[in-house]
Design a binder for this molecule. Structure first.
Ligand SMILES: [Zn+2]
Length: 269
């Protein structure tokens, strides 16, 4: 069977980016077994040929009604699929879905009947709010960055913007390239509604949120942008941990140095 990517270079480029990022997640040790999820809104890349494609699955309930996603299309990582496999064979380990007119169910349209991640409702909840607000963001990412998860085990780091300030102060690029900082969501059961709602709330102020003792959830213009923000924060976390491992508390940039950075780079916070 012909792949949906054939003759569609823009869509193929987007899926190639997803595969590339999936490889980075695995190489970084952030994606053990089937850990992590990727969901990308590809509606802008859909043509009449795709709109005419017949479903290859039954109608599947989302479990939520998402009024702004009517007729939207997403590439989703498959449930129980591994990032390291998604990196090599994206269309065997993920699928393209179409949200139906009831805004509460979807069908899989390509390439194979790979069931999307069990975290799909929470990812779609975030996409619904992104579309509703006219956001240019198209990608959501959940992954398990080792150093950031380790830091989430220290209660002192979970207070509002304590980690943001600490991570920003390790290297100037972190404030420049993750200018909203790092939100924090207290521990909730994976896949729960409460986790999804708390994440959604926190994402109104941040592009990346840390799930206590679990991982991060990030949104971005595309999947590379979402990954880059997590990568930059993770780099700062490594610098902090390396300093501690060498036996000293890192000094961090001063408040004045951070304020100068905000002014010169015209940063939002
Ligand atoms: Zn997880």
């Amino acid at each position: 069977m012909k792949s949906i990517l054939e003759g569609r270079p823009a869509l193929k480029k987007e899926v190639d980016k997803i595969a590339e990022v999936a490889g980075y997640l695995w190489q970084n040790g952030w994606a053990e077994r089937n850990g992590g999820n990727i969901t990308v809104n590809i509606t802008d890349l859909v043509d009449d040929g795709i709109r005419a494609m017949k479903p290859i699955s039954d109608v599947i309930k989302i479990g939520e009604t998402l009024p702004h996603l009517k007729g939207c299309y997403f590439f989703c990582k498959g449930t129980q699929k591994r990032m390291r496999d998604l990196a090599r064979w994206p269309m065997d380990n993920g699928s393209v879905i179409r949200i139906l007119d009831d805004c509460a169910s979807y069908v899989i349209i390509a390439d194979n009947c790979v069931m999307p991640t069990s975290e799909l409702p929470s990812h779609l909840l975030v996409h619904d709010s992104l579309v509703a607000s006219g956001s240019p963001y198209r990608a959501t990412l959940h992954t398990h960055p080792i150093e950031l998860v380790a830091m989430s085990h220290n209660r002192a780091f979970l207070k509002k913007d304590v980690l943001t300030k600490l991570l920003w102060s390790m290297i100037p690029e972190t404030k420049a390239f993750c200018p909203l900082g790092l939100g924090v969501v207290p521990y909730e059961v994976p896949g729960s509604n409460q986790l999804a709602q708390s994440t959604l709330n926190e994402l109104s102020d941040y592009d990346v949120v840390l799930w206590e003792k679990h991982g991060v959830f990030a949104k971005g213009l595309d999947i590379m942008d979402a990954f880059d923000q997590v990568d930059v924060l993770s780099k700062s976390a490594k610098i902090y941990i390396d300093s501690k491992a060498m036996g000293f508390e890192p000094e961090g940039m001063s408040d004045q140095q951070m304020a100068d950075l905000t002014r010169i780079f015209k940063l939002p916070k």
